[in-house]
Write a protein that binds this ligand. Structure first.
Ligand SMILES: Nc1ncnc2c1ncn2[C@@H]1O[C@H](COP(=O)(O)OP(=O)(O)O)[C@@H](O)[C@H]1O
Ligand SMILES: CC(=O)OP(=O)(O)O
Ligand SMILES: [Mg+2]
Length: 367
């Protein structure tokens, strides 16, 4: 039965933007009606709205909160207000491993999870608290970015560290799970057995998927590891952290800032964390070119590692802002893989995380 009076809002707080989608229910499935992304500079909010013709419309509004700004848009106000709100939560902490209805216990667990993903969880929590105040009658659902990786085998999940740490929850968790799930769903019957998904956005990860399930992924306990990213280094020698701690010149807050906000493309180039800007600079600025060369090397190396994990590859999927749009970076990655894999099948599939958020939120809210 179509029920276009039920609004489902999907909120995806990424490290560089907030993506959102408003859905109504058609049949049993949420169907997207409006979607877009928003970046903030103080109270100035800049939107890129998706339009049915596939062209992006740019809008700017001033508003105190992100949610207030989203609901100033005429397109949102024409639709039923949300009775279900799904939030992408990157990390559920040590004890929350499933998508969940938000209650006091879930809020406490998410608050404790902030330390694992300081770029993501605190802003997502602020948004959640704002959504609870703005739409007090709506059911709020936390959709975790980690759930897709829950079944990873021990050979990937267990980290080569002392057992005592493992018992305390220090293990590979993995992220971009909603994106990977959306890729598998979009491929549907065309999803072959062994696929590698390179999610390349501000955060980047590479995941090995066998028969629709995650078997290995590049990020670890936190989204700072694995592939080089916009502002995060990806995997680095753990001795560097020990050296810096022993030196005693940096507080924990300064180290967090260094590893979360000042490394990666931004750290190497010294000019920008944005791949598009670095591509524009790379002809004239050697450090921008070096940052991109290190980036593509890091992605290619992780893809090669995932081919080992799968014992071969049937399809490589690129997704995320860079994966979907940066043709030259994709070509560079594929060139580096060419000597290793003959006739590699490659597809670009959009990261439709909001669809998965809306579907999980609707399913949990109904039960
Ligand atoms: N046309 C493009 N060419 C190159 N890079 C692009 C293009 N469009 C987006 N990007 C890059 O995608 C990245 C953002 O990806 P996205 O998946 O939206 O990140 P997040 O979800 O973390 O906000 C930025 O580095 C941006 O420069
Ligand atoms: C987990 C992660 O890094 O997410 P994003 O790419 O949205 O920053
Ligand atoms: Mg993202």
């Amino acid at each position: 039965m179509p029920d276009r009076n039920i609004g489902i809002l999907a909120l995806n707080a990424g490290s560089s933007s907030l993506k959102f989608g408003l859905y109504t229910v058609d049949g049993t499935e949420p169907v997207e009606r409006v979607s877009g992304s928003m970046t903030s500079d103080g109270d100035q909010r800049v939107f890129l709205l998706d339009s049915p013709r596939g062209r992006l419309q740019r809008r700017a509004v001033r508003a105190d909160s992100a949610l207030q700004a989203i609901f100033l848009l005429g397109e949102m106000r024409e639709l039923p207000p949300p009775s279900v709100i799904g939030h992408r939560i990157v990390h559920g902490g040590i004890s929350l491993h499933q998508h969940a209805r938000v209650d006091d216990s879930v809020l406490r667990q998410l608050d404790a999870a902030s330390v694992f993903a300081p770029l993501h969880v605190p802003p997502a929590l602020r948004l959640l608290v704002d959504a609870m105040a703005t739409f007090p009658d709506a059911t709020q659902i936390a959709c975790l970015d980690t759930v897709f990786h829950n079944g990873m085998p021990d050979v990937s999940r267990v980290l080569p560290l002392p057992a005592a740490l493992r018992n305390g929850g220090v293990e590979r968790v993995g992220f971009h799970g909603l994106s990977c799930e959306s890729v598998v769903r979009q491929l549907g019957r065309d999803c072959p057995s062994r696929i590698v998904i390179a999610h390349l956005g501000s955060g980047c990860s590479v995941t090995a998927v066998r028969d629709g399930c995650s078997v290995d992924t590049s990020m670890g306990l936190t989204p700072a590891g694995g592939v080089m990213m916009a502002t995060r280094p990806g995997d680095i020698d753990p001795g560097i952290l020990l050296y810096l701690l022993r030196e005693g010149r940096y507080s924990i807050a300064a180290l967090e800032d260094m590893f979360e906000r000042q490394s990666g493309l931004s750290g190497v180039s010294g000019t920008s964390a944005d791949a598009r800007e670095l591509l524009a600079q790379s002809a004239t600025q050697p450090m921008a070119a070096l940052a991109l060369a290190q980036f593509t090397r890091s992605v290619a190396r992780h893809i090669a590692g995932m081919i080992v994990a799968l014992g071969g590859i049937d399809l490589l999927v690129f997704t995320g802002g860079i994966g979907e749009h940066a043709l030259t970076l994709r070509a560079d990655i594929l060139n580096q893989l060419a000597p290793l894999v003959c006739d590699l099948a490659v597809r670009v599939v959009p990261a439709r995380e909001n669809d998965c958020i809306a579907q999980h939120a609707w399913k949990l809210a109904r039960h």
